[in-house]
Ligand binder design. Structure first.
Ligand code: DGL
Length: 263
């Protein structure tokens, strides 16, 4: 893509755009290539083996095409596959995990709620996260089946989506959570709705900006940071581009260059 290398960012679909936008904001000079593995979304419904396989194929593609760093913009792929990817590739691989750590520090009620996919919540990596920080507050987790599909189809404000979200947020509120962690990169696109349902006493946390900051730190430490000019942003999908393009464009808020990639 570019002589100086680009940053490869991937997710099961459009959710990782919530991370991509934070990267674009913090590192406007960097060239970015985003892969939406839309043909295989949601990852939360795949076996661990399949999630590792998809993550490996995507990372290989990015590395072979000149990525200087890879961002796993998916909590589920991180939870299941990031250690495997790091054994295969030595370039910086920046990943994402639910913001449990900041949430347990910020809570006044002593209860934190986490919204994430079933696969993330069932992973040993999430268990390890809880073991590190879970003794400082009560952490109540809520899997959200069906939510990723709604976002993938551009349905982020219908009455049905609100009803589904209400069912997922209610147990967290009933438990007394004053922090809600968005543990899936799709969910920031429902942030307004979640805040509306949860009310002003609840703080909603997402992780995209922290990932962008960590990426900058890693690039800078490796002498890889690009600071001059304005980088190009490109998109690839393994899904049907006619279906993916309109959703991508609405979420990215500008025209997108979308190609297809099948493997
Ligand atoms: N955006 C992915 C995540 O952060 C969604 C997972 C899925 O496709 O189920 O977990």
């Amino acid at each position: 893509m570019h002589g100086e290398g680009f940053i490869g960012v991937f997710d099961s679909g459009v959710g990782g755009l919530s991370v991509l936008r934070a990267i674009r904001e913090l590192l406007p000079a960097e060239h970015l290539l985003y892969i939406a593995d839309s043909a295989h979304a949601p990852y939360g419904d795949l076996t661990a083996e399949r999630i590792r396989d998809r993550s490996e194929r995507i990372t290989r593609h990015l590395v072979e095409h000149g990525a200087k760093a890879v961002v796993v913009a998916c909590n589920t792929a991180t939870a299941i596959a990031v250690e495997h990817l790091r054994t295969l590739y030595s370039l910086p691989i920046v990943a994402i995990e639910p913001a449990v750590k900041p949430a347990v520090h910020r809570t006044a009620s002593g209860t934190v709620g986490v919204l994430a996919t079933s696969a993330t919540l069932a992973s040993p990596r999430y268990a390890a996260l809880l073991a590190r920080y879970g003794d400082r507050a009560r952490v109540v987790a809520q899997p959200c089946p069906g939510l990723v599909e709604r976002i993938e189809h551009g349905d982020w404000d219908s009455a049905d989506t609100r009803r589904l979200l209400q069912a997922y947020v209610a147990p967290l509120l009933a438990a007394g959570a004053d922090q809600i962690v968005l543990g899936c990169t799709h969910y920031p696109f429902l942030r307004g709705l979640i805040e509306d349902i949860a009310g002003p006493a609840v703080e909603v946390l997402e992780t995209g900006p922290a990932v962008a900051t960590e990426l900058r730190r890693r690039l800078s430490a490796g002498g890889l940071l690009l600071e001059q000019g304005r980088g190009e942003v490109r998109f690839l999908t393994s899904g049907d581009p006619d279906r993916v393009a309109p959703v991508l464009t609405r979420l990215w808020c500008e025209e997108v260059m979308l190609g297809t990639w099948f493997e």
